[in-house]
Design a protein around this ligand. Structure first.
Ligand code: ADP
Ligand code: ZN
Length: 221
């Protein structure tokens, strides 16, 4: 199964992608996480990516496509992947199709998570993530805090707040998302793989579980 997760920043796309990866045993590939790792390691690629990410702008297509092309050449991607944050432009979507076609594969399901703006901003401004990249649990300081403040319930590592999770950058990220997502939605709708999901109560504890259930149902069809 090759799954492409769509959803605004703060839509819960990352949380759902991680849960889905665990349930399906497929690798979770998040371009945002890959860039953040490069930033942490202070590589040239990290510096370049950060100059865009800190402003809430997209990293250029060539750069992003290169890292994804490389990641998709790994052996562990042969049965499928959960892509989170890629593709973000039609150009990226077209290249993804080409990369998969070379493997004799295609994008199977594209879940789009729909969440009201109000909830999104509230979520992002209260978001904290586990610093252990093998865990990556996501918390919300308001709705879903960890038991001990600043410490991950799952693995005990420190929780960190993403530097691009601030009010100024969020506005830009949301705008960028809206501007680009339309062409992605029509691209995948035309292929008949789009699955729009609007959780009844996006602030419910089990909102992400519900999203994941819907995706798994679709995968079994
Ligand atoms: P969010 O969905 O909350 O914005 P991500 O972790 O997916 O979080 O992305 C964080 C940032 O990384 C984006 O704002 C963008 O600058 C960069 N980025 C991630 N994926 C891509 C991509 N496919 N193309 C271009 N830039 C990307
Ligand atoms: Zn953790």
């Amino acid at each position: 199964m090759y799954i492409v997760m769509l959803g605004a920043p703060g839509s819960g796309k990352g949380t759902a992608a991680k849960m889905l990866a665990k349930k399906t045993n497929l690798p979770h590939i998040s371009t945002g996480d890959m860039f953040r790792e490069q930033i942490k390691k202070e590589t040239e690629l990290g510096k370049l990516a950060n100059s865009y990410m800190s402003k809430g702008e997209l990293v250029p297509d060539e750069v992003t496509i290169n890292i994804v092309r490389d990641r998709l050449s790994w052996e562990d991607t042969k049965n499928g992947v959960i892509l989170d944050g890629f593709p973000r432009t039609k150009m990226q979507a077209e290249v993804l199709d080409e990369i998969l076609a070379e493997k004799g594969k295609k994008v199977d399901v594209v879940p789009e998570i729909i969440i009201p703006d109000q909830v999104i901003v509230d979520r992002i401004l209260n978001r904290a993530t586990c610093s252990n990249k093998d865990c990556g649990a996501i918390y919300n300081l308001k709705y879903k805090p960890s038991k001990t403040p600043g410490v991950c319930d799952v693995c005990g590592a420190e929780l960190v707040v993403r530097t691009d999770d601030n009010e100024e950058t969020i506005k830009n990220r949301l705008e960028t998302y809206r501007k680009n997502v339309e062409e992605l939605l029509s691209f995948y709708k035309e292929k008949g793989v789009l699955l729009s999901i609007a959780p009844e109560d996006p602030t419910a504890d089990n909102a992400s579980e519900q999203v994941v259930e819907k995706i798994l149902e679709k995968c079994e069809e």
